[in-house]
Design a protein around this ligand. Structure first.
Ligand SMILES: *[C@@H]1O[C@H](CO)[C@@H](O)[C@H](O)[C@H]1NC(C)=O
Ligand SMILES: *[C@@H]1O[C@H](CO)[C@@H](O)[C@H](O)[C@H]1NC(C)=O
Ligand SMILES: *[C@@H]1O[C@H](CO)[C@@H](O)[C@H](O)[C@H]1NC(C)=O
Length: 371
């Protein structure tokens, strides 16, 4: 057998192996199938709400859980992975065995924790029908969990956002996020800089990473996910019956479709592209911060190339434009706050930072209206 032959034999095996693995995956869907699909306008409104929920997880819930687990010596203090999913699982496991894990335990802890986990699942998997029904319950469960882990400043901030949306005084697009929970791995300006470990992110790097994360999520859910769903419905000849926009499922499904095609260099390249796009989604939803800082431009590039592959040039262009916009915006540092933490800034309880009091702000506006 020649060298060439051996190589192609090997890659065919690996494609077959991939297909086998992909076919063996567990597929999950929204727990409650709606009787009628949402209108596309209602979907749009729910997408905005879901973005707010993702931002809240990124700014408050994830880092507050990290800090708690670090205090309890349940997380590697050198890790900068902020994975709300893994953290909630871990906390649920510990709370089910030991009620004294929290400063104040309550018989309802497990209910709140489970609801919090469902909320995170719905946000990461684009369960719009669930979000439109349960968003308020999700947010309130996150408030309760934040209180459980002694992050009272963050709990108050999330409660306020909940109340503003619930009362109708703000739409999700009008919510302005001006504070965040500081994870302990983020160093504290100049003093911290001197003692910085390799795994620490500076405050500037941290804020950059979470701003990128929120922007990536927004473009994923507004552009990539609907493009993937349209392609899926077209390809399978089905009508839309619900409002699930789960990039993970949709990418797996597309991968399975391409893995079944005749082996050809183009096929291989497309399989590779789908895998890279899927990796970007996973990094985003499981929140390792360093690959986000290092590779965010590539993730956006893969997503837009993928939209070209599935014949959605409009979505491809939108993602490309988001990439250009983000690149321009993200290099404007949020200084002032970063290099000179004031006394006021430092005295805030619970590592809850409110950069609002600073001259330059972390200000996340979700609005599409001119500001
Ligand atoms: C329960 O958690 C508390 C607080 O973390 C700890 O002091 C105690 O040893 C734990 N009990 C058991 C049985 O693990
Ligand atoms: C979500 O809403 C459905 C229907 O209203 C309800 O049965 C379910 O318990 C809710 N889930 C949560 C987590 O609130
Ligand atoms: C999709 O919807 C159209 C229009 O309502 C209908 O004519 C068609 O039969 C449906 N197709 C399937 C596969 O349900």
């Amino acid at each position: 057998m020649g060298r060439q032959n051996r190589r192609s034999h090997k890659s065919r095996d690996s494609l077959a192996w991939k297909l086998k693995k992909v076919k063996a995956r567990k597929v999950y869907h929204q727990p409650t199938i709606p009787t009628n699909p949402m209108t596309l306008n209602d979907e749009d409104a729910t997408l905005d709400l879901m973005c707010v929920l993702f931002c809240i997880m990124t700014l408050y819930l994830g880092p507050a859980l990290w800090n708690f687990l670090k205090r309890k010596l349940l997380v590697n203090p050198k890790s900068i992975i902020v994975d709300t999913y893994a953290f909630l699982e871990l906390i649920i496991d510990h709370r089910s065995r030991n009620a004294s894990i929290f400063t104040n335990s309550n018989p309802n802890d497990m209910n709140h924790l489970q609801k919090a986990r469902e909320g995170r699942l719905s946000v990461a998997h684009g369960y719009l029908d669930e979000i439109s029904r349960n968003w308020s319950g999700y947010l309130l469960s996150w408030v309760e969990v934040l209180k459980m882990v002694d992050a009272h400043g963050a709990a108050a901030a999330v409660q306020q956002i909940h109340n503003e949306i619930k009362s109708g005084s703000k739409t999700p697009l009008d919510v302005i996020l001006v504070s965040f929970t500081k994870p302990h791995f983020m160093n504290e300006g100049h003093e911290g800089f001197l003692q910085r470990k390799e795994t620490d992110l500076t405050q500037e790097q941290y804020l950059k990473a979470i701003r990128i994360k929120m922007a990536l999520y927004k473009t994923m859910i507004l552009n990539l996910a609907p493009a993937l769903r349209s392609e899926n419905l077209r390809r399978t000849g089905r009508n839309r019956t619900d409002s699930e926009l789960d990039c993970q499922n949709l990418l797996f499904d597309l991968l399975e479709f391409w893995l079944q095609k005749q082996q050809h260099p183009d096929t291989m390249a497309n399989v590779d592209l789908i895998e890279k796009a899927k990796h970007g989604r996973n990094v985003l939803c499981h929140e390792s911060l360093d690959p986000i800082l290092a590779n965010w431009e590539n993730f956006l590039l893969y997503w837009s190339q993928l939209c070209v592959l599935i014949s959605d040039p409009t979505a491809a262009r939108a993602i490309k434009e988001d990439r250009i916009k983000l690149k321009r915006r993200i290099n404007i540092p949020l200084t002032g706050l970063i290099s000179r933490p004031t006394l006021k800034f430092k005295s805030l309880a619970n590592n809850h930072c409110n950069p609002n009091s600073q001259s330059r702000k972390l200000k996340i506006m979700l609005t599409r209206k001119p500001t």
